[in-house]
Design a protein around this ligand. Structure first.
Ligand SMILES: [Ca+2]
Ligand SMILES: [Ca+2]
Length: 242
């Protein structure tokens, strides 16, 4: 991996396993007037695939440098030796630094397991630290359960109950609520029904059901964990059918 100061690119040379390299592949880092000074290879997106970052400032043909752009450009690695994105800035993500960043180092500075970036800045005589924020942890999730048709803990035999509720989470992507209905048999609970109900636009669900036997029942609702929301479960609600 090289940073090519004069051409605004990086070159990827994949090892061939016997001490040599496959032919280089160049990727633009910004426009051709950008000068990538240093390159760092590290996972900057949390998907375990190495990504490529360069420290850059714009180059001026006369003075050799200008200060109107100073920053880090990142190209996301595809995990197969190629880098995502097309030509020019379309394939890069920019992050501002102090003026004329020169050296660039990737390391985990705050010990959270995510690689961070540090630049040494030639013109502003300082260093810039960019802590990787990574993906958001799943948000907490809550689901409610109300039973209609049940009065004082009793549902009349041959009548239906309706279970209703709402799911709340800041980043909800779960689309279903799962209801589990059990009946008491001796000292054990046995399955009567497990149903999945698709959440409405307002994140509510309903389920109507008519038990076919008398007895003691209990019901609860669960919502599955996804990448953006945690799992949720209600307490068991118990009622009698008689
Ligand atoms: Ca990555
Ligand atoms: Ca870190």
């Amino acid at each position: 991996m090289t940073a090519n100061e004069g051409s605004g690119t990086v070159s990827v040379l994949l090892g061939n396993g016997s001490g040599g390299f496959a032919p280089k592949v160049d990727y633009a880092m910004g426009s051709s007037s950008f000068s990538p000074r240093s390159v760092a290879v590290a996972d900057l997106t949390g998907d375990a695939n190495p990504d490529v970052a360069t420290s850059n400032n714009r180059r001026d043909q006369q003075s050799g440098y200008v200060d109107d752009y100073s920053g880090i450009l990142v190209r996301v690695g595809n995990g197969n030796g190629t880098l995502a994105g097309g030509a020019a800035l379309g394939g890069t993500y920019g992050f501002a630094t102090g003026k004329a960043p020169y050296e660039l180092v990737a390391t985990d500075l705050n010990g959270d397991g995510r690689q961070d970036l540090v630049t040494a800045n030639w013109h502003s005589h300082n260093v810039s630290v960019l802590l990787q924020q990574g993906v958001q942890p799943p948000s907490s999730c809550r689901v409610t359960l109300m039973l209609s048709g049940v009065r004082k803990g009793v549902l009349k035999f041959r009548r239906a109950f309706t279970a209703k509720g709402k799911v709340t989470s800041t980043n909800l992507t779960a689309t279903k609520a799962r209801l589990t209905l059990q009946r008491k048999k001796g000292t054990k609970w046995v399955k009567v029904k497990i149903v999945s109900r698709t959440l409405s636009a307002t994140k509510t669900y309903t389920w109507k059901y008519k038990p076919t036997r008398k007895g003691t029942y209990r019901i609860r609702v669960t919502v599955a964990q996804t990448a953006t929301n945690k799992a949720a479960v209600t307490k068991w609600k118990t009622f009698k059918v008689r």
